[in-house]
Write a protein that binds this ligand. Structure first.
Ligand SMILES: [Zn+2]
Length: 462
């Protein structure tokens, strides 16, 4: 090929012929080859359960191929992306694969054009020595841990709407430790888990606690009571209420209600409710990848792309947009602190869904939205409704859930899961620019509707 081109003297003509040859000459590899790329499980991936079933995804060539994993048929879409729900059983003893001890095998068999490819992918169950899980270790008597960084923590076994506020240097009583963190005893049966890197063991008695239990009550009322003490602070919140801060001084504390954003009170806000508002967008994940689609689209990238589209639309509305992260990684546990620095007036965290091990992903698709504090509920409902209208997605509900990001109390804060990225058709839908633009527009429409409603409520209260 190269010699023939050299025979043609003129450079533009050679370039022209090269282009012509590249695009027009029938390619010798047109004979469909048969190939298998597995995206999940990855070789040596840690799966959360040791037996049962889990989903497997990837891409095959040609798309007409038949694929099985551990005997279960996988569904292959028109471009070759596949999803299957495969049974697995742990091997009797772990097998050394590179640096990992693997104990779960996935046997793929791909058949096409009278050929067959067999591939085994090894993964790790929590029982494998490579799982690197810290075994739960109980403390009897309990040990004291000191909080290293201010944290708003979820409370286990308590009524929803209760949050533990642990300021820096607060001492808590830990009854055990494990992979998830220090398990600390609160009052009655209530417990909280403090992440391992947020506290350390100290040799002193916890004494009078400096941590507080903050409770969201009916009718936009918030109470705060010192853990193990009588000190109580109650704040009744007006319809202008927009979020809260919390200031601790020794054994005393104050709830700091945040008023409605100034920009929203201005007269022109009636027509352009988002103009001049500072809006925080939180693209979920990174450094972790989050969910991964069959074709390899990582959730952290999808979330950032969507956040940037939403950001562009918000700026066009005259809003100021701030991101918790863009290209640089920001671990989940540092995102509250970042939000406090950025001080946005609305926060939307963008995610794309996956399912846990042992759930059939093919049975699940649709949009889900999460909120936690009562002052975030209306924002969640408005965005959720707008997403369903725009995309015609199945409605998986708008739920109150005690998740880390929505626990941020400073302003209305919600977390969106518009679709399941692991489904071949949903990964393809995300890659469709027109559909993504529709989704971004719906998210902004929901914010606009929320801001307009809150402004109207406040006006009628004057
Ligand atoms: Zn996510």
């Amino acid at each position: 090929m190269k010699e023939r081109l050299n025979a043609v003297g003129c450079v533009p003509m050679r370039a022209f012929l090269l282009v012509l040859l590249t695009f027009c000459v029938p390619r010798t590899d047109a004979r469909a080859e048969i190939a298998l790329r597995v995206t999940r499980p990855e070789e040596g991936e840690l799966l959360t359960i040791a037996k049962g079933k889990t989903f497997v995804i990837g891409v095959v060539t040609p798309p007409t191929a038949a694929l099985e994993c551990n005997g279960a048929r996988c569904d292959v879409s028109a471009d070759g992306a596949f999803i299957g729900y495969a049974p697995f059983a742990a091997a009797p003893s772990p097998v050394r694969q590179g640096t990992n001890w693997c104990d779960v095998a996935f046997d793929f068999v791909l058949r096409a054009n009278g050929e067959e490819i067999a591939r085994r992918v090894w993964a790790i169950s929590p029982n494998s020595p490579s799982a690197a899980l810290v075994p739960e270790q109980a403390f009897d008597p309990p040990r004291t841990v000191r909080v290293l960084k201010e944290a708003w923590l979820g409370i286990r076994r308590g009524a929803i709407g209760r949050t533990l506020f642990a300021p820096k240097d607060a001492l808590l009583s830990a009854v055990s430790t494990g992979t998830n963190g220090w398990r600390v005893r609160l009052e009655g049966r209530e417990e909280a888990v403090v992440p391992l890197d947020l506290a350390e063991i100290v040799d002193e008695a916890p004494g009078r606690s400096r941590a507080w239990i903050i409770e969201d009550r009916e009718g936009m009322q918030v109470t705060a009571r010192r853990l193990g003490g009588d000190e109580t602070e109650i704040s009744s919140l007006s319809s202008c209420f927009w979020g809260m801060g919390f200031a601790v001084d020794g054994l005393r504390a104050r709830i700091l209600p945040r008023p409605m954003p100034k920009a929203l009170v201005r007269r022109e806000a009636a027509e352009h409710p988002l103009r001049g508002m500072r809006i925080g967008l939180d693209p979920g994940h990174h450094p972790d990848r989050g969910a991964v689609g069959p074709r390899g689209l990582e959730e952290r990238d999808a979330n950032l792309r969507l956040a940037r589209e939403v950001g562009r639309l918000l700026r066009a509305e005259g809003a100021e947009v701030v991101f918790t992260r863009e290209e640089e990684a920001l671990p989940l546990r540092e995102r509250h602190a970042r939000l406090r620095e950025l001080d946005p007036e609305i926060v939307v965290s963008l995610h794309h869904n996956s399912v846990g091990d042992n759930a059939d992903p093919r049975a699940k698709h649709g949009a889900q939205t999460f909120w936690y504090h009562p002052w975030s509920k209306d924002l969640a409902e408005k965005i959720h409704a707008a997403m369903l209208r725009a995309l015609g997605s199945a409605d998986l509900g708008c739920h109150r859930r005690d998740l880390y990001l929505p626990r941020y109390p400073g302003c209305p804060t919600v977390l969106l899961e518009p679709e399941y990225l692991i489904l071949p058709e949903m990964e393809a839908a995300f890659l469709d620019a027109a559909r993504r633009a529709k989704l971004a527009a719906a998210i902004v429409e929901g914010m606009r509707a929320f801001a307009a409603t809150r402004r109207g409520m406040a006006e009628s209260a004057f």
